[in-house]
Ligand binder design. Sequence first.
Ligand code: GDP
Length: 318
Amino acid sequence: MNKTDKIYVAGHRGMVGSAICRALAKNGYGNVVTRTHRELDLLDPLSVREFYADEKPDVAVIAAARVGGIGANSAANAQFLYENELIALNTVWGAAEAGVKRLLFLGSTCIYPRMAPQPIPESAMLTGPLEKTNEGYALAKISGLKLCEFLRRERGLVYHSLMPTNLYGPGDNYDIVHGHVLPTLIRKFETARVNGEPLVHLWGSGSPLREFLHVDDLAAACLFVLGLENPPDLVNVGSGREVTIRQLAEMVREVTGCKAQIDWDRSKPDGTPRKLCDTRLIRSLGWEPKIRLEEGLRRTVDEYRAEVAGGTARLSCG
Ligand code: GDP
């Protein structure tokens, strides 16, 4: 990828897409093309084809998707499958038809089989049944990354995918019911601090292990793999560090300055006991994360406060 290349970032307003745009700007890539949802409906193949034909980007980064936590996904698998399938097929196929030479597709480690070995290696893809709660999302994303793989093999286009672990950072979704654990914890502890509440109610036992990656680290990883001449079809990106939900809660409590006690509501699910991706491949290629969880949390809490003060925080899904 050259500094003068025209780079299309699909999904530039989301947490991931906006981080990629920041990283591109910071690294001197000045020719970035974006479209809002209103300007370009990614569900419509003709509009997408027309867009590619007009703009003729050199590179495309596909960070657009309908996303949500376990609550949102399990309630609407049909919609998650339909929308994400169309977004994936239209953006990847449209790029190929328009002769876009390079494309990076964003997957997720939550689309590996439910019983994949831990830490999850890239080779676990499609080796077993999927997690039922987000099966629609997973099937759509798998179509996208397979389409990239087929186009690479059949047409020699360098289309490849990145599989990020749980992400957090500016612009996250802070919905209490549908959000992921890290932003939800920030909102719960911050709300308790502001209101002087004595108790914060968290879910489960606190013992499950999770891995978190700051979205700016993911954006750096995107630029890194786009810089490789012959990237792997599929590569995981994670921090490689596991914390228990209890440790995470203590960290968020400290960073927010909240004095409340934690009440663990064991009637709520723990979910899978451990979720960690195997990052040996990307590390062997020469990339590693830079933002430690402690520092990332401090930054994210500051940004959350600014988002709330500015009225831009995403406090509910939709
Ligand atoms: P997962 O990583 O796919 O399981 O999804 P989440 O990001 O929602 O993390 C869920 C883990 O965090 C489970 O072990 C929950 O029991 C725990 N947890 C504790 N408190 C909360 C909370 O307030 N919201 C959420 N989403 N998870 C919580």
